[in-house]
Design a protein around this ligand. Structure first.
Ligand SMILES: NC(=O)C1=CN([C@@H]2O[C@H](COP(=O)(O)OP(=O)(O)OC[C@H]3O[C@@H](n4cnc5c(N)ncnc54)[C@H](OP(=O)(O)O)[C@@H]3O)[C@@H](O)[C@H]2O)C=CC1
Ligand SMILES: O=C(CO)COP(=O)(O)O
Length: 329
């Protein structure tokens, strides 16, 4: 069992960084990507210059474009954008044994259905083990071997512990937990809130406003998680508060950088700079889920109104500042 490789589906920045971390944790790694040309290039150059420049692939990583090579893995990490979860899980379901655990590493909520990603995976692979890996972790930091700590959640406690041990290495500490819903909510929602923090930075509204947004954003996260079955303690940990603080603090985050460009006056269409901005695709689904249960999420609402073109940023700031004064908790 221990000699089976770890599989990674998706060789973007995060998939490649996790491949290096898993290899550093003494695993053979099969790194799958959809493009045969990219797989050949990674195998030949031992680097992924397009997605993670300047990082050398660990010797124990085998790049491939053949999905069948994941069939012999002891677990597969799904590291493609949130909105591709259904499609890629369906492709994996055709080749993986039903007992192979799938670890979701994307952060988002499915648009259209409003489904949490673990529910999407369970729908596509009924009865197969599913886990989620999330927390404050920039791909470049992990790939460079900088100290990082994340949370892995799985309803099967023994499996959560085994997977956390398998992936923990010299620079990556993986904590385990049973609260799958809480962990995935933290990762999905913090991206939306980080857009707001970026916009505050881009508009020059000051560090005090940013700190207020983080604290009030965290209150939104807690309310949402409670209503959808997440445990408050989970949200207070790495995958909630930890990732919210990281993503709201620096333009190293694509979500923050996107918000920052909006704040500087760029249009929604221009601001992503061609990069994956998960908060922008998840905002409408998050807000729809909040409205469905009457959860007060004014910051997420404001982000959604700006992204949909209903409000300008100035209107969003006015709306947030002119809410009725109330008790803090
Ligand atoms: N980057 C980071 O620091 C972190 C990212 N994450 C999360 O991980 C997820 C992926 O992010 P990241 O790796 O940075 O994104 P990237 O944009 O760097 O990479 C996305 C990868 O997914 C592949 N892909 C896209 N669509 C499909 C598809 N339909 N089928 C198969 N492969 C596909 C892309 O392949 P191709 O090149 O062929 O298009 C690319 O390799 C996101 O949800 C993100 O929030 C989580 C923690 C940290
Ligand atoms: O999730 C991340 C860090 O934990 C990466 O954030 P971005 O997608 O905003 O770059």
């Amino acid at each position: 069992m221990a000699s089976q490789p770890i599989g990674i589906a998706g060789a973007g920045a995060w998939g490649t960084a996790l491949a290096n971390a898993a290899a550093a944790a003494d695993n053979d790694v099969v790194l799958w990507m959809r493009s045969p040309e990219q797989a050949q290039e990674l195998a030949a150059t031992r680097s992924n210059e397009r997605c993670l420049p300047g990082v050398t692939l660990h010797d124990r990583i085998r790049p491939t474009a053949d999905l069948n090579e994941l069939a012999a893995c002891r677990a597969v990490l799904l590291v493609t954008p949130a909105q591709t979860t259904r499609e890629v899980t369906a492709a994996l379901a055709r080749v993986l044994p039903s007992a192979t655990p799938l670890l979701l590493c994307a952060k988002g909520i499915e648009r259209g259905s409003g489904a949490f990603l673990c529910d999407v995976v369970e729908e596509v692979r009924p009865g197969a083990p599913v886990a989620v890996l999330s927390g404050p972790s920039f791909a470049h930091d992990v790939a460079r071997g900088l100290p990082t700590a994340v949370t892995l959640a799985c309803r099967d406690a023994a499996l959560a512990e085994a997977l956390a041990n398998a992936l923990s290495g010299p620079a990556l500490r993986v904590y385990h937990r049973g609260d799958v819903r809480g962990v995935e909510i933290g990762g999905a929602a913090k991206n939306v809130l980080a857009i707001a923090c970026g916009a505050v930075a881009g508009k020059g509204l000051g560090e005090s406003a940013k700190a207020a947004l983080i604290a009030r954003g965290f209150a939104e996260l807690l309310r949402f998680a409670r209503a959808y079955g997440g445990e408050p303690e989970t949200l207070m940990g790495l995958s909630g508060l930890g990732d919210l603080v990281l993503t709201c603090s620096t333009a190293q985050s694509r979500n923050f950088a996107f918000g920052q460009r909006l704040g500087q006056g760029m249009s929604v269409a221009e601001a992503s700079g061609g990069k994956l901005v998960e908060g922008a695709t998840t905002a409408s689904a998050l807000v729809a889920l909040a409205r469905a249960k009457n959860i007060d999420m004014p910051i997420a609402e404001a982000v959604e109104q700006v992204l949909s073109g209903a409000w300008t940023l100035e209107q969003a700031v006015d709306a947030l500042m002119n809410r009725p004064i109330k008790s803090e908790h």
